[in-house]
Design a protein around this ligand. Structure first.
Ligand code: BTN
Length: 331
């Protein structure tokens, strides 16, 4: 119906024509129009000219995102406000939803971040979670979060956002530039449900700062105040892509990388070079700590090992393979 309204443009299209084209009754047309209006679409009904679409809200609604997708992760849910897309996707996972189900939102009220932190998720951001069912053992999936970061970088670069860097394991930062200060743009949180020795499902959640909130609400990309949040709208201004377009390219790029990783039998080796090239903390002196603040490793970042652990060389020359943790730069 949206496609028909968009095609008709300012001329408008009658309920009768849409009913014929879509093979539904005129009552069903009226019901769809009412549903669209309740989502925020402004549709004028003019006597003799039919319906005219005047305004479309910037929301990642399934019927906005689906037509833009090139891949097969088209089982989409949500699109407006929710508690947490990760929580919703876990529910879908327990209810047997298929691999590739994606839960979308433009605002979260109880978003989750890594290491048990909260993720403030004001209106205007893009929050999405993909449900996956890899036939793998849990230890084989360590690198999935890293691959997600890589796929989101590819998607955003495809939209023209540069220069971007990864901060292990999967944060994405936009580097300072002449006209914007830079900061954290994307965070990724993957969570797993297991059954005996195998993965039952994994949910991979991605939060992207797209627009600054009209209501002045902070995004939570600051990780407890350590970083400034950066927004796509800082880079694009008026030309900021719509949430549906950002969602579609993120989902497609993620699906491509995910399928390559499954085909490679869950090996990270083929992706390691690209990941290291984009790793913004390569060669830096860092401190890696656990969620309770315990220091796991300190020293120079040497790269990533074949399963996705961070390689940190201490002052005594010993190299730690760190599987998870929070990285801070040592000054
Ligand atoms: C982090 O940087 O600590 C990761 C943040 C991940 C936030 C995303 S937003 C979509 C999905 N739903 C959630 O509740 N969290 C993730």
């Amino acid at each position: 119906m949206l496609a028909a309204l968009r095609m008709a443009g300012d001329c408008g299209v009658s309920g009768e024509v849409m009913a014929l084209e879509l093979g539904i009754s005129r009552v069903a047309v009226a019901q769809h129009i009412a549903a669209l209006r309740s989502e925020g679409y402004v549709i004028q009904a003019q006597h003799g000219r039919g319906y005219r679409l005047v305004f479309s809200p910037d929301l990642p609604l399934p019927y906005e995102v689906r037509p833009l997708l090139k891949g097969s992760f088209t089982h989409l849910r949500g699109g407006g406000e929710t508690g947490s897309t990760n929580d919703d996707a876990k529910l879908q996972g327990r209810e047997g939803a298929p691999e590739g189900t994606v839960v979308l939102a433009s605002r979260q009220t109880v978003g989750h971040a890594r290491l048990g932190r909260a993720w403030k998720s004001p209106e205007g951001g893009l929050y999405l979670t993909v449900l996956l069912r890899p036939e793998a053992a849990p230890h084989q999936t360590v690198a999935l979060g890293l691959l997600t970061g890589l796929s989101v970088i590819r998607a955003l670069e495809g939209l023209g956002v540069i220069p971007l860097v990864l901060k292990w394991p999967n944060d994405i930062f936009v580097l300072p530039h002449a006209i914007f200060p830079g900061g954290k743009l994307v965070g990724v949180l993957s969570e797993m449900a297991t059954q005996v020795q195998l993965v039952d499902f994994i949910v991979v959640g991605v939060g992207i700062n797209v627009n600054r909130s009209d209501r002045g609400e902070e995004s939570s990309l600051e990780d407890g105040g350590k970083y400034e949040a950066a927004y796509l709208s800082d880079v694009f201004g008026e030309a900021t892509p719509r949430l549906a377009a950002v969602a579609a390219t993120v989902i497609d790029n993620f699906e491509t990388l995910y399928r390559q990783w499954v085909a490679a039998d869950y090996s990270f080796v083929g992706f390691r070079d690209e990941y290291e090239r984009r790793l913004g903390i390569m060669g830096d002196q860092v401190c890696v700590s656990s969620s309770n603040g315990r220091v796991i490793a300190e020293g120079e970042v040497m790269g990533i090992d074949e399963v996705g652990c961070l390689l940190v060389r201490a002052a005594d020359g010993s190299v730690s393979h760190v599987p998870s943790g929070d990285v801070t730069l040592r000054r």
